[in-house]
Write a protein that binds this ligand. Sequence first.
Ligand SMILES: [Zn+2]
Length: 441
Amino acid sequence: MTVSENKGYFLVCPRCNSNFKDNGYKLICDSCIKEEIRVILKFAPLYSPEINKNVSGLARYYDFLPAHPSTDIGVLLKTIRSNNFAKKYGFKKLFFTCTGYSQKLNINCVTASFKELEAISVLNRLIQFKNDKPLLLSSAGNTARAFSYHAAKYHYPVIIIIPGNSRNYLWLPDENGLHENVRKYVKAIFVEQPGTYFDASSLARLISIRLGKQLVDEGGLFNVGRMCGLGLCAINFYDEIEEFPDHYIQAVGSAAGPLSALRAYEMLDKKKALTINYHIVQNYPYTPLADAIENNRDFSSDGYLHNIDTACAPMLTSGDSALNYPGGIKEEMNLGTVFRGYRATNEEIYEMQYEFWKLENLQIGLPAAAALVGLLKAKAKGRINSNDITQVNITGLGDLEIKRKNGFFYIPSLFREPVKQNICSDKNKFNSWFKEELLVF
Ligand SMILES: [Zn+2]
């Protein structure tokens, strides 16, 4: 797999304005890190990115990515106007940007999650600079599925650390040859229950320290590849509706999604991007970021972590957030852009999933249902009016449909036994557990 030539870009530090050439995996500002300050680097293209109206599928948006595949990728997402749901709840201009699998919508994102946009962007960014070191990441479900699928397709080695309670989300469609390539290129390590995403991240950090430059960190919200990939949900909205929304709603873990939507809208029109109201939703009782935004305080997961595994949507349980880092959400709020936070309970999320099926005849994932719960709460609080142009990011749909169509298999675990929770946090226990062959692909 080769990537096409891109038109050139820099990575810019939002704090000290340093410019950097990319190497495919750069995640930090060299100056700021000397003061032990991490920043969210910005993607700064040396051209004006445009939607390519002459092609179809994801290729329309390649200007907005640091790197892209040379082969054609089909239609992964689509923005549709709501009918029945809008009518019932009193919205006149309600739109859903849908990523996933649906024959009815003619979208073909086979892992049924918008995280494919991220995986395609991050992996091609590495490939563009001819990197071949294993990519390390931790994930509570959707990200792991998307990276496993595309890593197998691109023959790029990945190591993924996953909490045991996310096992159910680790399926892949049974495509020809996929299982064999997943075995070859994907090392999935599970943390024993009640280990959470927090433990998985801790284990990833220990592996990263131990193996150093022998692998590359995916870096989560610090990866411009991730941010630009997720931002395509915003570009798709503008492409299909030809307007900017008044409101953008998404259920989140770290809120990389809404921040990347803001950055993507900025590439289209800097001023308009800042007038959009961004509504973020989390799964109660794990709502550290929604609460921090709503109460205008700094992000902290203290007081929430003991509840982390009672949320029904583990993909919404990040231990970190895009709020306080330079280049993050707080800076945008201080400049006047509106961000709001909402809580969605497990019960509300499950009810909404069924409600959406009844009204729009689309089978959505739990995070998308959480976003819709937030939408109705925002309207009830008078923060969204009936006439406002409102975009809801339906971050995943159609997993049952693709599973039924293709069949599916679970991503195999690297080890016979899941990793014990205390190995993730205790350096000595980690050192006696660790084996060098982790790196042998
Ligand atoms: Zn800097």
